[in-house]
Ligand binder design. Structure first.
Ligand SMILES: NC(=O)c1ccc[n+]([C@@H]2O[C@H](COP(=O)([O-])OP(=O)(O)OC[C@H]3O[C@@H](n4cnc5c(N)ncnc54)[C@H](OP(=O)(O)O)[C@@H]3O)[C@@H](O)[C@H]2O)c1
Ligand SMILES: *[C@@H]1O[C@H](CO)[C@@H](O)[C@H](O)[C@H]1NC(C)=O
Ligand SMILES: *[C@@H]1O[C@H](CO)[C@@H](O)[C@H](O)[C@H]1NC(C)=O
Length: 334
């Protein structure tokens, strides 16, 4: 009896130690970019969608630290101002009492609801009036496996926000990106694209709704969009690349219900195995700032390295058809 209890205790202790060591070894193994050059992004303007939370917030913090002027495109002004305030305080603390030597960047909050084409248009109109240049656009905002909902314009929410809202945003900002070239577009997708398909006959999921399928479909659309855009941008010095961040501890799972009793276990597992937002944001930061990817376009990245795509994400005819239909859906007339 005593032996069994001791064995159980030892196993539990061993398990806990293993989790802790995994956690710390895991974070050390992450490549942290840009730490060598605090002025890498000096003089550059970066727009990040969904920058008040998770990966977007971590990306904003790091690019700010590298000297960028960071525009946070967020749907909720109060949440965005709160995040911006925290980021400014963290930056000031990191700089310490010494006067600002490196010239850290600047944060600007702007309202952008990707579930509303009217909001996307108003946002871009203001941005184009106020900003003389745009060096990097990071299409980061996303919504994950929500119940069936429609955007203001009647699109299925995940396709509408993750793909169509960003499609219109990118279209409206492309002129400014071109005049600021060399410039970059970074698209945040997910490995879950593998379980999606572009079912052209029901893009708004009016016939049936499967929230996992729709998330995957929107993330596949992110990749097809990137590849078609890269093709269209050849010779402009505007590059566009897409990435998956891995599994990251963020607010993305807000629509996923975890039973009360399972929550402590979920927290432990996510603490031990999921990336922190800063770890997860490394590939976004890399693609936005590293000289290593100067001129590289149309590629898919994970952990700051190029990765292969399934054939369905490289299908040029599907990419073109999706592009044409997206233009009609967001009302771009040629
Ligand atoms: N976390 C992961 O494991 C993981 C894995 C693969 C891919 N990703 C991708 O990473 C990206 C960032 O997600 P995250 O994990 O950082 O999640 P998060 O913490 O939930 O952040 C998502 C951001 O998107 C914003 N957003 C949602 N709907 C919006 C809308 N209609 N208009 C404007 N902004 C909107 C959110 O704003 P509010 O705060 O106002 O809601 C939030 O700022 C997403 O594209 C996601 O698909 C994440
Ligand atoms: C929903 O979609 C996912 C991913 O495409 C699939 O694995 C699952 O079987 C689907 N569920 C139903 C009920 O069809
Ligand atoms: C792209 O950049 C190269 C090298 O800086 C330059 O020679 C070329 O004129 C640029 N092309 C355009 C279209 O801006």
């Amino acid at each position: 009896m005593a032996v069994a209890t001791a064995a159980a205790l030892l196993a539990a202790l061993g398990g806990a130690l293993w989790l802790v060591s995994r956690r710390f070894v895991g974070s050390r193994a992450q490549r942290l970019h840009g730490h060598g050059d605090p002025a890498l992004m000096h003089g550059k303007t970066v727009l990040i969608t969904g920058a008040n939370s998770g990966l977007g917030r971590a990306t904003a913090a790091e690019l700010l630290r590298l000297g960028a002027r960071v525009i946070m495109g967020c749907r909720d002004r109060a949440r965005a101002e709160e995040a911006a305030g925290q980021l400014r305080r963290e930056l000031a603390q990191a700089a310490g009492p010494a006067p600002d030597a490196g010239g850290a960047g600047e944060l600007i909050v702007k309202e952008l609801d990707l579930a509303s084409l009217r909001s996307v248009r108003a946002f871009c109109q203001e941005l184009l009036q106020e900003e003389p240049r745009l060096d990097v656009l990071i299409n980061n905002a996303g919504i994950f496996q929500c119940p069936y909902m429609k955007t203001e314009d009647g699109f299925e929410m995940q396709f509408g926000v993750n793909h169509l809202g960003h499609f219109l945003l990118t279209h409206l900002l492309l002129g400014l990106l071109k005049s600021s070239a060399p410039s970059r577009i970074v698209v945040v997708s997910s490995k879950l694209y593998k379980y999606g398909d572009i079912n052209f006959e029901d893009l708004n999921s009016e016939q049936s709704y499967n929230k996992s399928f729709c998330y995957s479909r929107s993330k596949l659309a992110n990749i097809l969009f990137t590849r078609e855009l890269a093709r269209r941008l050849e010779g402009t010095n505007v590059t566009v690349n897409v990435l998956h961040p891995g599994i990251v501890r963020t607010n993305l799972g807000r629509h996923i219900h975890i039973p009360l009793l399972a929550r402590p276990l979920f927290s432990l597992v996510s603490w031990a195995f999921f990336k922190s937002p800063l770890e997860g944001a490394q590939t976004s930061i890399y693609l936005a700032s590293s000289p290593e990817v100067e001129g590289v376009s149309g590629r898919y990245f994970g952990d700051c390295k190029e990765e292969e795509l399934l054939p369905k994400a490289m299908d040029e005819s599907v990419a073109r058809k999706l592009w044409d239909i997206s233009e009609v859906m967001v009302g771009i007339l040629k």
